[in-house]
Design a protein around this ligand. Structure first.
Ligand SMILES: C[S@@+](CC[C@H](N)C(=O)[O-])C[C@H]1O[C@@H](n2cnc3c(N)ncnc32)[C@H](O)[C@@H]1O
Length: 225
């Protein structure tokens, strides 16, 4: 609610960008060095091969996974709120020689802005920037084609807890107990898969590669076309 209200005033199309250019550059340089191609291959297997599949990189940042999916033959849409990352991702796509559709905007607005569904929705390390955990799972679900898949990797509540100042801990507690989100607290461990269970799904696999990370592979119910 609060995050959705703030988004009425802070508009990327009017030049607002939450990510400073120098931070975006530093993050991009680091992340481009460590793209997990085994994850890309695993997701390819899950969707029956990436060739010709529609993939949405939701909160795509510097575009390292958008480019990896496009190089594997997928038809990729990058959607993110940051113009600084947009510039980096566009340059990377151009130098890799791949075509990607770029869309600047809030993740929560993606169903309305993109107005289509995807074979794979890829959401890595940005779930907590959704306006509200329950609503954002609904957003991801809406973006999946019947029979389509989503991959979400998110830090959970225990990530960086020791370093959180008291007010941030309070916000995290309010989100964890009341589901009311102020800012961007990490979701409690297991909340993302629990929220997907409210929707018709075909199957779901959940991994906890560390105590601080939730990884969800989920397939929407229905026939893929
Ligand atoms: C930690 S980065 C992750 C980027 C990329 N997914 C990756 O795997 O490296 C978080 C990303 O979320 C984006 N972001 C933050 N809030 C957003 C929002 N409300 N809507 C869309 N993108 C958002 C940032 O611009 C940034 O690209």
């Amino acid at each position: 609610m609060i995050n959705a209200l703030l988004a009425l005033f802070f508009r990327p199309e009017r030049g607002w960008d939450p990510v400073p250019a120098d931070y975006a550059q530093t993050y991009a340089e680091a992340e481009w060095q460590k793209v997990d191609l085994t994850l890309v291959a695993k997701l390819g297997q899950l969707v029956g091969g990436l060739e010709g599949k529609e993939v949405l990189d939701l909160g795509g940042g510097p575009g390292q996974y958008s480019v990896a999916f496009a190089k594997s033959g997928a038809i990729v849409t990058w959607h993110d709120v940051s113009r600084n990352y947009l510039r980096i991702a566009q340059e990377k796509a151009a130098s890799a020689g791949v075509r990607i559709t770029f869309s600047l905007g809030y993740m929560d607005e993606a169903p309305r802005v993109l107005n289509k569904q995807f074979d794979l929705v890829f959401n890595r390390i940005c779930f907590y920037y959704g306006w509200n955990d329950a609503h954002f799972v609904g957003v991801i679900y809406a973006l999946m084609r019947p029979g389509g898949h989503a991959f979400i990797e998110s830090n959970n509540l225990s990530f960086g807890w020791d370093r959180l100042p008291p007010f941030a801990r309070l916000r995290a507690w309010i989100n964890a107990t009341l589901g009311f989100k102020i800012g961007h607290p990490h979701p409690p461990r297991g909340r993302i898969p629990a929220l997907f269970l409210k929707y018709p799904i075909e199957r779901m696999t959940v991994e906890f590669p560390t105590a601080h990370i939730d990884r969800v592979f989920v397939q929407k119910a229905g026939r893929s076309q």
